[in-house]
Structures are given as structure tokens and as C-alpha cells.
Design a protein around this ligand. Structure first.
Ligand code: BV8
Length: 244
């Protein structure tokens, strides 16, 4: 990996001329902060489990204590991490545009910690506790299986599980931003989870310039530009190319 990245001049021009920018991020953007991606094998007790098999309502109802243990392990791990230069560069990029939307599949709150403001948490928030029956503002607690103080049902982590619908507001605002943007950056995602993975195609269909930033490009046909490299290196380079 070269220690500096080539940002195509045509992309710099498109970003300079853009008024509306949409960004989609995946687990790869948090990888350089030390948050394991979904594609990476899990460690320790979780080694023999695939996230897809744990991040479901069925898995939770079958063994709520076990699934809570997984989420508490992830919360502890993520709580020790900091935003990396990729997160910080996206917060800087946002300052350049009136209309900038950051749609993240990540549940780690690192974009907000980096100062990004218009963030749509497409798959929810790892650190939120919500009532399985939908009560508002349940009191969080650290019981092995927390229960809602209003209705007595289970509390669950505030994330979107596989097989669950994306919250309507997040889905609507993200699709809207993808449809109207001039440039869409798709960063650090294997583009395997839908409907998030469909947003870059939606942007392309509506005339946006689309960009993939990933050390292992997915080969998706919807991208005008593919920059193979880690977001923590590429994104600061993108910012400095815009400043030249
Ligand atoms: C829905 C929160 C419908 C939970 C997550 C067949 C059967 C059943 C379902 C489906 C099916 N086909 C499609 C579906 C739908 C399913 C889906 O897409 N499944 C996939 C597996 C095929 N989708 C859903 O279920 C969604 N809901 O469809 O609902 C519906 C409609 C109405 C009514 C009811 C239902 C909900 C999906 C949400 C799941 N929740 N997260 C939690 O965190 O515990 S998804 C979770 O996995 C993450 O949030 C993330 O989105 C995804 C992992 O993807 P990535 O972020 O891309 O991460 P990954 O590890 O895959 O890749 C990392 C990338 O980073 C790699 O490319 C790597 O090269 C790159 N990278 C590494 N280092 C760097 C880097 N890039 C840049 N810099 C680096 N340094």
C-alpha cells in the first residue's frame, strides 16, 4: 500500500462542483479504530458464532442472556475506541456542503464522536436500550436480562436485527439523500446487507457520481470511481486534494 493515495482529478472536480453529497459508511470505516468488522472472524467466546446468527430476534428470544452478553462485550470493546482520521475527515467534509448526509450502517457512535452532525444511524445504536414492546424511555439497567420498568417486557439493544425493517424515518431520509445527491461516497462496506447496499445504485440511477473506497473493492458495477485503500488514509487525502 503506497503511503499516499491517488485521488482522481475528475473526482476532485466533481466534489468541488457538487452541492449535495451523500456518504454511506460500513464497518470498514471503524476498523482503524479497532472495531472488528462483521466480515472478520470474532474473537474469544464469540469465535464460533457468525454475527448474522446472533443479531436476530429469534436468537434473542431463544437465549436473551446470551445475546445480551454478546452486545455487552461489543459495547465494552467499542467504548474503548476513538474516531480515526477517516471519521474526522468525514466530519471536515461535511463542513464544505450545505446539503451533506452521512448514512452509517455502523452502530458504534464514532461518527458523532468525530463531530459529524447530519448522521443517519441506518442500523441503530449499539448503546441504546429499547423496550421490546416499544415503551418510550425505559430505564436502562445492567441486569443479566434487563426488563422494561414500564411494562415488564425485555429490554433489547437499540439496533436493527436481520429480518427487521429499517426504521421508516431513517430509510426515507437515506433514500431521499441518495436520490438527490450529486456525489455519493460508499466507504468501508462489503455492500452485502440490504437495503443499505442498494443506496449507491439508487444514487447512480439518479445521476450521481458514485465512489467506492475500500481496500478490497467489491466490484459493484454502480461505481464511477473505485479507490482501493483504507479510509483512514484515503479520506484525509481527499480533503487535502480539495484544499489544493
Ligand atoms: C430487511 C445491526 C426487510 C445489528 C446490522 C435472505 C434471507 C433473509 C434476509 C435477507 C436475505 N437477503 C437479503 C436479506 C435482507 C437482510 C440482508 O441483507 N442479509 C444479508 C446478510 C444477505 N437485510 C435485513 O434483514 C435488513 N432488513 O431487509 O428487512 C423487512 C421489510 C419490512 C418488514 C420486515 C423486514 C436489516 C439488516 C440490518 C442488520 N443489522 N447491524 C448489530 O450490529 O448487531 S447489519 C451489520 O452487518 C452491520 O450494521 C453492517 O451493515 C453489516 C456488515 O456490513 P459492513 O458494514 O459492510 O461490514 P463488513 O464486515 O461486511 O465489511 C467491511 C468492509 O470494510 C469490507 O468490505 C472490508 O474490505 C472493508 N474494510 C476493511 N478495513 C477497511 C475497510 N474499508 C475501508 N477502510 C478500512 N481500513
Amino acid at each position: 500500500m503506497s503511503d499516499s493515495a491517488e485521488i482522481p482529478e475528475a473526482l476532485v472536480k466533481a466534489l468541488r462542483e457538487a452541492s449535495r453529497v451523500c456518504v454511506l459508511t460500513g464497518a470498514g470505516v471503524s476498523a482503524e479504530s479497532g472495531v472488528p468488522t462483521f466480515r472478520e472472524a470474532q474473537t474469544g467466546l464469540w469465535e464460533q458464532y457468525r454475527p448474522e446468527s446472533l443479531a436476530t430476534m429469534d436468537a434473542f428470544l431463544a437465549d436473551p442472556a446470551f445475546v445480551w452478553k454478546w452486545y455487552r462485550w461489543r459495547r465494552e470493546l467499542v467504548a474503548k475506541t476513538e474516531p480515526n482520521p477517516g471519521h474526522l475527515a468525514l466530519a471536515e467534509l461535511e463542513e464544505r456542503y450545505e446539503d451533506f448526509t452521512l448514512v452509517t450502517q455502523n452502530v458504534d457512535r464514532l461518527h458523532r464522536a468525530a463531530g459529524s452532525r447530519n448522521v443517519i444511524e441506518f442500523h441503530g445504536d449499539l448503546f441504546a436500550d429499547i423496550c421490546i414492546a416499544g415503551c418510550a424511555d425505559p430505564a436502562a439497567n445492567d441486569d443479566e436480562i434487563p426488563f422494561c420498568n414500564h411494562c415488564g417486557n425485555f429490554l433489547r439493544p437499540g439496533v436493527v436485527w436481520f429480518g427487521e425493517a429499517i426504521p421508516q424515518e431513517a430509510l426515507y431520509r437515506s433514500s431521499e439523500a441518495a436520490e438527490r445527491c450529486d456525489v455519493m461516497l460508499c466507504i468501508g462496506t462489503s455492500s452485502q446487507v440490504y437495503p443499505a447496499a442498494g443506496l449507491s445504485g439508487l444514487a447512480r440511477q439518479n445521476g450521481a457520481v458514485t465512489v467506492e473506497i475500500n481496500p478490497e473493492p467489491t466490484g459493484g458495477p454502480e461505481f464511477n470511481f473505485v479507490i482501493a485503500g483504507p479510509s483512514g488514509l484515503i479520506l484525509p487525502e481527499l480533503i487535502s486534494s480539495l484544499e489544493q
